[in-house]
Structure formats: C-alpha cells, structure tokens
Design a protein around this ligand. Structure first.
Ligand code: PMP
Length: 749
C-alpha cells in the first residue's frame, strides 16, 4: 500500500505563495484564502471578476495524478456538460497542470454554495447525491489513466489491506471493523471480480460538494478529484451512500441514494446486493484512515476526523440490522425485483384474499410470472412460455425502446394535459396522420374502456340519442356505459338492466353478412324505438375478437355507414384489438372497407403496456361535443404516455410489423389448415389474429390447457367459447409459429 502522500506533511505553502503561483503561472491577480484539505493545500483565489480554487498537491502524490484528475474532469464535462464540477483553468503557457517546487498545481473555477453538512438526513439531498453519483459514474465511463491504478489506500477494494491500522483504533471498535474486513476479503471481493469497472471520483462525501444557498437539495458543485482511482463502478455509489446514513436506518438511506443512482446509471442486481457490505467497508476504512492520520498529523485533526462519529454510527447500525432485509429494501427501491419465498398455494391464497373473487385466473395450471422479453414470458420457476396470446405487448414484452422512452420521460416530466408540452401534441399529430381525413382530433384516455365510454358520451351528446347498436357477443369495456355494450361478459338478465340504464342497447346477430346488415340494423333500431329510445351510435370491434374472430365482411361498414347517415347516428370503429397493424398490411381494421368512421377508439397495444387509450374523431364532432359537454382525465395524455406511444409507432414502422403480421398470420393459418385435423371446424381471422373453431367449448379449453402445459399461451373466443384465439405480439416469426403448430398438431390429435 502506498501511504507516501499520507505520510508526507501537507505542502508548506502559505497564502502569499499561493497568490504568487496564481499570478506567475496563470496571470491571475487575486487574494488567497486557505481551504480545508486532507493531504493537499487548497486556496480560494478571489480575483477582480472571477473566483478560483488553487490546489497544491502533496509531495508524496504522483505528479501525474493531477494530470489524471484534470483529464477526467474534461472527459466528464464533454459527456455531461451540465455536470456541476469545476472547469479547469489553463496556465499562461496553455497547460492543464503545472508544478511548484515539486508539488503539482491545479487551478479550477471556484463554485460558490453552502455546505450540505447540516442536512445529512434529508431524503431530497440523498436523492440528489445519488443522481450526482450516477451522473459522475456515467460520465467517467471510458476514461482511464495509469495513475488511477496506483495502490491507493482510499480504494474500497484495498480496505482489507488496512487491517494493520487496527492498532490505532479504539479497542472497543476493533472486533466490528475486523468482521467487516473479513467479510470483504472472503465474500465481497471475490464477487466483485466480474462486475463492471471504471474510473471513479471515489469520494462523494459532504466536504466535497456544495448546495444552492436557496435550495439546499440542489447540489451545485462537486470537486476534489484527488481520490480518483479505478475500480468496480458500484464503489462510487457505496462511498456516496456511506456518508448519508446518519439519523436513519442505513438500509433506508442507502435505498434513497441507490434508487436515484440506478435511474441514471443502472446497476445489476449482484452489484446492488453488495451495497450494505460496501458501505460498512467504507465506514471501516474511514475510521482506520482517520485514526492513523490524526495520530500522524494532529495539526489537521479537525478535518481528518470530521466523519468519525458518523462512520462509527453507520458501522454499528449496519452490524445490528438484518443483512437480507437490508438487501431486499435496497433492491425494491431500485425496482430490481424482490426475492419471493411464497409457495404457489400461498401466492394463490394471497391473491384470492386481496384481489377478490371477481378476478379470475387463466389456465388450470396458473401462470406465475417474473418477467417478459419479446415473445417470451418467464415463470418464477425459470421456465419460459411462448406468448401467443397477448396483444398489449404489441412490439414484444419489455421492448427496450419503450422501456427507455418511459423511464427517461418519467425521470424528466409527467403531468396532466392542462399544460403545454409539445411532445403530447406532436404525438397526437403523428397518430392523426395515420388515420384518414377528416379524423384528426385525438382525445387521450387511459384505457380501451374509457375510450369507448368517451365515444359514447360524444355520440349521446352530439346526437341526443342515448341508445347503442352493437353485436350480440361484443365486448367494449368495463365502465357503466361500456358494460351496456358488452353482452359477452355478463349474465343476460343483469346485462339487460345495465343496458337499459344507458337508454338501451340493441344487438345484431354475430357474423351478420354485409348484405343483411342494413336490415339487421333497422330491426335493432326499431327494437330501441319500441322502448321509446333511439340509437346515437353503432359500434363494432373491427376484428370481432369476442364474437369468434372474423374478418370484416366486405361491404359491412359501408352498410353500417349508410344506415348511420340515414338515421343520424355516429359510426364508431373499436380498434382496440384490431388497430396498430395487427390486421396487416393495413394499420386499422376498418381500413379495408374504404369507409371512414365518425369515431375510432384505441387502447391496448397503443403503449405496449403503458396504460393509454384514445378517441379520434373529426374536428366538427369534437367542436360540437365541446360546446355541450366537458372532458378531462388526469393521467390521460401525459408526456409519459406520449413517449410510450411514440416509441411504439417508431418500432412498428422500423420493423414493418403490419407486413410481418400478414405474413406470419397467413403462414400459421395455412399450416393449421394443412394439419387437416377433423376436430377443426374452421380456420380464420385477419393478419396476426387467428381463430380456430372447434366443435365445443370443452375441447377448446382442453387444447388451451394442454398448450399451456407445453409452455405456449393461447386463449378462447366466441359466444360458445369454442374458438381458439391466437393473437401474439406482432414480432412473432414463422419459427415461433412452428412451435405453436407442433403443439397444436399433438393437442388436436
Ligand atoms: N374494446 C375491445 C374490443 C376490447 O377487446 C377491450 C378489452 N378486451 C376493450 C374495449 C376494453 O379495453 P380495456 O380493458 O383496456 O379497458
């Protein structure tokens, strides 16, 4: 271990000499005032218009370590120009560092601010420190210098080598410190072997930063790069967190710092898990270093032992807390997942009790999930399932473009729509561009149900007629108005009284042929007028997903359009299932019929899992509605939703997903037909929405459960629940289809 810089006295330089150095080397005339320091001499130089900090390095430090520091500062500022670190001032002859009688010299801008010392237990400050540590870490990536690899005592990885210093420490503390160092040597260091390493500032303690005088949670300056070294990146966080544990449970404080760090510079779970040990090691290291130095340099005792009490408290509290609990708490704060220890029965029981019996679970053998990736879902047990059912992860589970768009927008701004945030309107503009004229006004909501509910409010308000016409096994949502348009889900008599509450809904037979549609609609509307009401809207799920999955019959929407126009009703296309390219190559389910609806409702795949929906209508209808009614929904159309939706559109376009939906859908349908299984009555559906009709509900349920046991998720549809529903994310390929086919071939035998 190289203690030379710690054993060599601080440079014997006074304020007059500092002023002389500033003048001769930098051409700056100013007044010098001494600043604190561990082993260097630092001065504040106040010149006519600017203020600087002059560092005179310890004669025992490598001369090139100053070079490493200024190089690192410049590198970090290039990568993150807003980083609150000092700017390096060049000498008169344009060098970044210089020397004075064997001491390295560095001049940087002086950052004014208040010391955060008195605010150590403020959560806001802890988060600011975590963010700053994360930014520091991120901006130093890719930087290196030979002097960063010296045998430096403040390197956390070398704390174990400080064991001989125990003789300087209060005997009462020795066993505690020894235990921490032993764990570090035996368990922690070996685990750090394969973890990411990089250049580190290495000393985000409260003496090295200043906060805004008027906003004590805003760090405006981080300085002193004198402890820089190279090591595991998690050290940056561990060191910063170690100085934040005063006045609360260390795990709570570490969690606050770590969660903010993790947003900026995501860590892997094994790095997070070592934080309690690393913070304890930093405390031990600090106590050892301070005891040794204060013995050798009693003149600088105040500075050297300033953190002693805090470090002892941190060490003792950590020793007294349950390590596993601490790790869980920190992991949870970082969103890094928890380690569950519930049996399946316990998990089922907890769900039943707390989520209630109204919510059913899919499959005889319930799916207990941990994560998703593309078309795959991963169970707790580690086994993976091919997702051929879910349409919300439209572009694949956990798509990185959506994840990062949502994360970065959440980290920047999430508000309601009563403010001007350009990205929201830009996204609406992009969406409107994907729909035919005159559909051009986008009203954001949070779900498909809300979209249809709002469509209903618009239709009822604009036409004055409260009734609805829809198909006889439709599903359009779970709000009061939309349940009345959703006979699929509810017991018939209960549903009828629900429908009556909104003025009545009249139903068309599923699969009505286009030619009969006009007369069917007339029959349905006269049913309504017999009840003394009238239809203000007709709404269709353009892929008939709950009806058993049909392609929109040619001319169907044309007939509906004609009927609506003749009867003063609005035509609503529910694109919550069909939209965003599923029925490829078209972007929308209604698009193949060359008819423009009055209202289009969107949901499910729109945000790839981020909850959002929308109603798109014409400027004329939107204006009429606004003149009679009011609309606002707090979360709807937030900048985060817009970021998610925009990322989804980017991926759909970049990966030509509507074309893929058509190709893979056709492939799968043709292959199922070729299986030529007698159990199969019909194979149908548009794009990547495949319906396979079987004789009855029991055999369909049996196939669904068999596939689940083989690791493939599909579902059922139709009034008789006898239609297999295959509706995977649009990133499904023929290879994935082959996996489904092989399982179907067996299950249908
Ligand atoms: N319309 C259709 C066609 C749907 O399939 C659904 C959801 N299954 C909804 C509306 C309601 O959407 P959400 O569940 O997001 O409220």
């Amino acid at each position: 271990m190289d203690f030379s810089a710690f054993d060599t006295p601080r440079p014997d330089i006074d304020a007059d000499t500092a002023e002389l150095i500033a003048l001769e080397q930098y051409g700056i005339e100013g007044k010098a005032q001494p600043l604190a320091g561990e082993r260097d001499r630092n001065f504040k130089i106040t010149a006519q218009s600017d203020v600087y900090a002059l560092k005179v390095g310890n004669a025992g430090d490598r001369l090139d370590s100053l070079e490493a520091q200024v190089g690192a500062m410049a590198h970090a500022l290039r990568r993150d120009p807003g980083l609150p670190i000092p700017a390096v001032v060049r000498t008169r002859d344009d060098r970044l560092t210089t020397q004075h009688r064997g001491h390295g010299i560095q001049l940087v801008s002086f950052i004014e601010g208040a010391s955060p010392r008195s605010m150590t237990s403020m959560p806001g400050l802890r988060r600011s420190i975590g963010t700053l540590a994360g930014r520091m870490s991120r901006s130093l990536r890719g930087y290196d210098h030979p002097s960063l690899h010296r045998a430096f005592p403040w390197n956390l990885g070398r704390a174990v080598e400080l064991t001989p210093l125990l003789e300087f420490v209060d005997p009462a503390l020795q066993p505690l410190i020894e235990a921490v160092l032993t764990r570090m040597a035996d368990d922690v260091i070996p685990q750090l072997e394969g973890m990411p390493k990089q250049a580190l500032h290495g000393d985000l303690n409260l003496d090295n930063m200043v906060v805004d005088l008027a906003d004590s949670e805003r760090i405006v300056g981080l300085f002193d790069f004198g402890d820089m070294h190279y090591g595991p990146r998690v050290y940056e966080l561990a060191v910063a967190a170690a100085y934040q544990c005063s006045g609360s449970e260390p795990a709570a404080a570490i969690a606050q710092v770590a969660s903010a760090f993790h947003v900026v510079q995501p860590l892997e779970s094994p790095e997070i898990d070592l934080l309690p040990d690393l913070v304890a090691a930093r405390a031990a290291q600090s106590i050892l270093m301070a005891s040794r130095s204060s013995e050798r340099h009693p003149d600088n005792n105040y500075y050297l032992t300033g953190d002693r009490g805090l470090m002892i408290e941190t060490l003792q509290r950590l020793a007294g807390s349950d390590r596993a609990e601490s790790v869980l708490r920190i992991r949870k704060a970082c969103g890094a997942g928890s380690v569950r220890s519930r049996s399946l029965e316990e998990a089922l029981d907890l769900r039943r009790r707390r989520l209630g019996p109204a919510l059913s679970l899919s499959y005889d053998d319930p799916v207990r999930l941990e994560r998703g990736d593309g078309v795959w879902l991963y169970e707790e047990s580690g086994s993976r399932l091919l997702d051929a059912y879910n349409n919300v992860p439209h572009i694949g589970h956990a798509h990185p473009q959506v994840v990062s768009a949502v994360a970065s927008q959440t980290g920047r701004l999430s508000t309601n729509t009563r403010y001007l945030v350009d990205e929201v309107a830009e996204y609406a503009d992009r969406l409107a561009g994907l729909l035919p004229d005159p559909l051009g006004v986008v009203m954001f909501v949070n779900s498909g149900s809300e979209a249809n509910d709002l469509a209903y409010q618009i239709a009822a308000t604009v036409t004055g007629a409260p009734g609805v016409i829809t198909t006889d096994n439709a599903y359009h949502g779970m709000t009061l108005a939309t349940t009345a348009m959703s006979p699929e889900e509810y017991p018939e008599t209960a549903w009828s009284s629900q429908a009556a509450r909104i003025g009545g809904a009249a139903l068309l037979a599923s699969g009505s042929a286009a030619e009969q549609l006009g007369s069917e609609m007339t029959r349905a509307s006269s049913e309504l007028s017999e009840r003394g009401t009238a239809a203000g809207m007709a709404i269709f799920d353009t892929v008939f997903s709950s009806e058993g999955i049909f392609e929109l019959p040619e001319g169907f929407l044309r007939s509906a359009r004609d009927w609506a126009d003749a009867n003063g009703a609005l035509l609503v296309a529910d694109e919550i299932q069909a939209g965003f390219g599923r029925v490829g190559p078209s972007f929308w389910g209604f698009a193949n019929d060359s008819v423009v609806p009055d209202i289009v409702t969107l949901g499910k795949p729109m945000g790839n899992g981020y909850p959002m929906g929308a109603v798109v209508t014409t400027p004329e209808i939107a204006a009429e509605f606004a003149s009679k009614w009011h609309f606002f929904s707090t979360f709807a159309g937030s900048p985060v939703a817009a970021a998610a939706g925009d990322a989804v559109l980017d991926v759909i376009e970049a990966e030509a997903l509507p074309q893929n939906a058509l190709a893979v859908g056709e492939y799968l349908r043709a292959a199922v037909r070729q299986l030529d299984r007698p159990a199969v009555v019909d194979v149908r559906g548009p794009g990547l929405f495949i319906g396979i009709e079987l004789a009855d509900a029991d055999s369909a349920a049996d196939v669904v459960n068999r596939l689940r046991r083989r690791g493939i998720l599909i579902g059922r549809s139709g009034p008789k629940a006898n239609v297999l529903k295959i509706r995977p994310p649009l990133v499904f390929t023929n290879q994935h289809a082959d996996i489904v086919l092989a399982a179907l071939a067996e299950a249908l035998s």
